[in-house]
Every structure is written in structure tokens, then in C-alpha cells.
Design a binder for this molecule. Structure first.
Ligand code: GUN
Length: 301
């Protein structure tokens, strides 16, 4: 295996920084022209360490682009009724344009019921059934942040995606399904693969675009990648790395990175690929939500 040419690497960190600059400029314009400060409320229940890190980043980056950033930390034993009441309070707050309830929620809380309590206009995650329905039918809803970030990176690299064969490995409501929908809207021919797919290797070998979102370390093998394909790796998996020393671990994606990079024309690394784009798209969605709630066309900014 040779070393990987840098121009093959899709630098999600740098791209996300550019998106955030654009969002900050839009926020400045909205404040000046309409006296409007977009506001995002992030709600976390319990003390899951990974969720706490994600939420801290979201809250910090929201403030950094000049938006109102509100953070609600609720104890792990918060009742479903109390959480629903908090969401209703935020629904009614005119200073808040986006609401994000960090998942997963503690087991005693019905996640779907909480998500459906968020008014669709403020659902900046794009998880509400109204928003998934709008995405499926070509309407203007809120689009889930991770797939939106993946699509932006693909368009940035490839331009027009029309006619390309795309495979999405994984069928979650949060990534796989909306990703497939976005690729279909971009005129790709889309395959959705999952744990019961027969001949996954052959399905991947046929694809010009591979989006891996299964949450299984290095499950997509490098030699499955078609020569010249573009690979987007959504997975973030921590694995033991005794080669780095006793008790050490490292992050890997859902794709065997080095072997895939040998064959791909472009690939996202883990970390530093899709991850930073998710938060950048959350900020972008919050600006879009604030505009729509105030009768402003976000495209006009
Ligand atoms: N947990 C992990 N990723 C996400 C996300 O994008 N949104 C929410 N609400 N929770 C998550």
C-alpha cells in the first residue's frame, strides 16, 4: 500500500469551518437588517459522557457564530412529562428558533414522543415525522444535519451527481434513510444496503458513491471500493489499539480507510470528515429555521 495523496482526502474540518463562516455572516446580516438573532436550545438528559462532549461542542459553536445559545441540562431521572413540558416551553419561546434534544435519551423516556412534541418548524435535527415526510415528498422541511453535511461534501467534490450510482450502507432514520432520499433528489440511482443485504461486497463494487453509516468498525472493506469512487464514512467507532500502548484506543470509521483510499478518488477521514460537518449543518439549519419563522427567504441572505 502506498501513502495516501492528500488531495484524495475530503477535509471535513476545513469545509465545516467555511460553512460556519458563512453562517456567522448570515447571522450578522439578520441582526443588522431584521434585528433578528437566531436562537438554538440544546437539551440533554443525564450524563452520558459522549453526549456531553457533543452537546458542549454544539453549544459553544452556536455562540461562536453569534447566535443565542441556550443549554438545558436535566438530570437522568427527569420524567417524560417534565421533558415534554420543557420542549413545549421552548416551542412557545419566540427567542428560540431551533430545538435539539440530544439522543439517546434514558430508557424510561419515549424518544419518538419527545421528538414529535417539537414543533416541526423548530426541529433543526429534521427528525420529526413531518420533516421526514416533507423530505420524502420533495417539500421544504428541515433536513437532518449529518446527511446534509455528506451531500454538501459530495457536491463540492463531484459537482452534479446526476446519473451516479450511489449506495448507502445503513438504514437508520437519522442518517441512512434521509441520505438515500437526498441522493435520489440529486438524481442518483440509489441502493440502500443493510445487515440482511445479500452480496454487500458486490453492491458496493458497483457504486460511484459509497456512504457508510452502519456503526460497525471497518465493516466496508477497501477492496470493495470501485476504482475512482467517492467514499463518505459516517461511522465513528472507538476500538482497542494495543499497538499504541497498553489500554490505548483509537477512532475508526465504518470503512477500512487506508485500503479504500488506495482505490477511491476521494474519501473522508475519521475523525475530521463527516463529524465537523454535522454541527456546521445544525447551525445552518438554525439560521434557515429563524428565517422561515420570520418570513425571510434564507436564500436571499
Ligand atoms: N445524538 C447523536 N447524534 C445526534 C444528532 O445529530 N442529533 C441529536 N439530537 N442527537 C444525536
Amino acid at each position: 500500500m502506498t501513502s495516501i495523496p492528500q488531495d484524495k482526502i475530503i477535509d471535513g474540518k476545513a469545509f465545516a469551518a467555511k460553512v460556519r463562516e458563512g453562517v456567522a455572516a448570515d447571522v450578522t446580516k439578520l441582526k443588522a437588517s431584521h434585528g433578528l438573532t437566531p436562537g438554538l436550545a440544546v437539551v440533554i438528559v443525564g450524563e452520558d459522557p459522549a453526549s456531553q462532549v457533543y452537546v458542549r461542542n454544539k453549544v459553544k459553536q452556536t455562540a461562536e457564530v453569534g447566535m443565542l445559545s441556550v443549554h438545558h441540562e436535566l438530570p437522568a431521572d427527569t420524567t417524560q412529562e417534565a421533558l415534554v413540558a420543557k420542549v413545549r416551553e421552548l416551542n412557545a419561546d419566540p427567542a428560540i428558533h431551533g430545538i435539539l434534544v440530544q439522543l439517546p435519551l434514558p430508557k424510561h423516556i419515549d424518544e419518538a414522543a419527545v421528538i414529535e412534541t417539537i414543533v416541526p418548524e423548530k426541529d433543526v435535527d429534521g427528525f420529526h415525522v413531518v420533516n421526514s415526510g416533507l423530505l420524502a415528498t420533495g417539500g421544504k422541511g428541515m433536513v437532518p444535519c449529518t446527511p446534509l453535511g455528506c451531500l454538501m461534501m459530495l457536491k463540492d467534490r463531484l459537482g452534479d451527481l446526476s446519473g451516479k450510482k450511489a449506495i448507502v450502507v445503513g438504514r437508520s432514520n437519522i442518517v441512512g434513510k434521509p441520505m438515500a432520499q437526498l441522493l435520489l433528489d440529486a438524481n442518483c440511482t440509489v441502493t440502500i444496503a443493510h445487515s440482511r443485504t445479500a452480496n454487500l461486497a458486490d453492491e458496493v463494487r458497483a457504486a460511484d458513491i459509497v456512504v457508510a453509516a452502519v456503526g460497525r468498525p471497518e465493516m466496508v472493506k477497501g477492496d470493495w471500493i470501485k476504482e475512482g469512487a467517492t467514499v463518505i464514512d459516517v461511522g465513528i467507532n472507538r476500538i482497542d489499539a494495543p499497538e499504541l500502548g497498553e489500554g490505548k484506543s483509537r477512532l475508526v470509521g465504518d470503512v477500512e480507510f487506508a485500503a479504500a483510499a488506495d482505490r477511491a478518488s476521494a474519501i473522508t477521514p475519521v475523525p475530521g470528515g463527516v463529524g465537523p460537518m454535522t454541527i456546521a449543518c445544525l447551525l445552518k439549519n438554525t439560521v434557515t429555521a429563524a428565517c422561515r419563522q420570520n418570513g425571510i427567504d434564507p436564500e436571499s441572505l
